[in-house]
Design a protein around this ligand. Structure first.
Ligand SMILES: Nc1ncnc2c1ncn2[C@@H]1O[C@H](COP(=O)(O)OP(=O)(O)OP(=O)(O)O)[C@@H](O)[C@H]1O
Ligand SMILES: [Mg+2]
Length: 299
């Protein structure tokens, strides 16, 4: 078994560019956590330390019930893969989100009814509002970084790309969830980038799929959104493969909010407060208890 400082790593629950996340227990009291381990490559030790330090610093600064809690950070530890391989790592012990990420949730339970998606959209906005209030932009919001704990509370994670700057130059994030200005402007506005990604996440929760194959003009559905040909966009989106006659149904309020958030121009996008006041979010939403009951019926 892999050992990392006082933690025993039981299985891998996530993998990223420079990190691996394990389900781990602390040796002395067997308490469970998610251990995000960043291996230090030769000649890049300082870089990994600084990278990990930055994420840990932000996680501490943004503590909130809808943001994954940092339990412990260590910038220099030995990672022992069974006696022979000792490696130097930095790690973060995080609150463990037992129900995994949104990708995993959609696989298990299918797309969310709008009343459930509305409940989680409010939770997501509360988290992002807090991050922005603390002066940061997340910059990598996507279903993989939206987690659910054992009580199905939503918690955002992965602040490795987050920034304190409002106007950002470095291109970062996951292309599918990034607005175009990241690639076309010299500087882009961090909070508007997060808002765009929230729109993508809402769409994925409600429909169970992405709104387009790739964010490129050669992609028909993306082009419809960019050209504001919304009727055509929804016509294609609502068509089902299974039957020529059946169409998927989404409320007008949902459609209206989604295309507003995905506005190609950052200044046209709603603020978080405007999203909260939008008609779609003012309709009936499941409560936390309803959400738990909803998931339990699948057991
Ligand atoms: N606290 C946690 N509880 C449960 N699962 C987690 C937790 N943290 C991370 N995971 C899982 O591990 C995956 C990767 O974690 P995370 O996003 O923090 O790292 P990453 O994408 O590797 O980041 P980086 O960009 O730093 O390489 C997540 O998508 C999620 O599935
Ligand atoms: Mg991630």
């Amino acid at each position: 078994m892999v050992k990392c400082g006082p933690y025993l790593c039981h299985r891998t629950i996530g993998k990223g560019a420079i990190s691996k996340v394990f389900l781990a227990t602390q040796e002395d009291d067997a308490s469970i956590c998610a251990l995000k381990v960043m291996k230090k490559k030769k000649n890049c030790e300082k870089y990994t330390e600084q990278f990990a330090q930055k994420e840990a610093k932000i996680l501490k600064a943004v503590a909130h019930p809808n943001i994954i809690n940092l339990l412990k950070f260590c910038e220099d530890e030995t990672y022992d893969e069974g006696g022979i391989h000792h490696r130097k790592v930095a790690y973060m012990a995080l609150e463990y989100a037992r129900n995994g990420d949104l990708v995993n949730m959609l696989r298990r339970f299918g797309k969310f009814p709008e009343t459930l998606a509305r409940f989680y959209t409010i939770e997501l906005i509360k988290a992002v509002e807090h991050v922005h209030f603390k002066g940061y932009s997340h910059l990598d919001l996507k279903p993989d970084n939206v987690l659910f704990d054992s009580e199905f509370n939503l918690k955002i994670c992965d602040f490795s790309l987050s920034s304190e700057r409002k106007m950002i130059k470095i291109k970062r994030g996951t292309k599918m969830y990034c607005p175009e200005e990241i690639f076309t402007s010299e500087y882009y506005h961090g909070p508007s980038t997060d808002i765009y990604a929230i729109g993508m996440i809402i769409f994925v929760m409600v429909t169970g799929h992405l709104p387009f194959r790739e964010p490129e003009l050669k992609d028909l559905r993306y082009r419809y959104l960019q050209n504001k040909s919304f009727e055509k966009f929804w016509e294609v989106t609502c068509k089902t493969k299974s039957s020529k006659y059946a169409t998927r149904f989404y409320t007008e309020e949902f459609k209206n909010l989604f295309v507003w958030i995905l506005s190609p121009s950052a200044v046209e996008r709603p603020s978080l407060a405007e999203i909260m006041e939008h008609d779609w979010l003012c309709q009936e939403a499941m409560s936390r208890e309803d959400a738990i009951d909803y998931f339990k019926q699948f057991e």
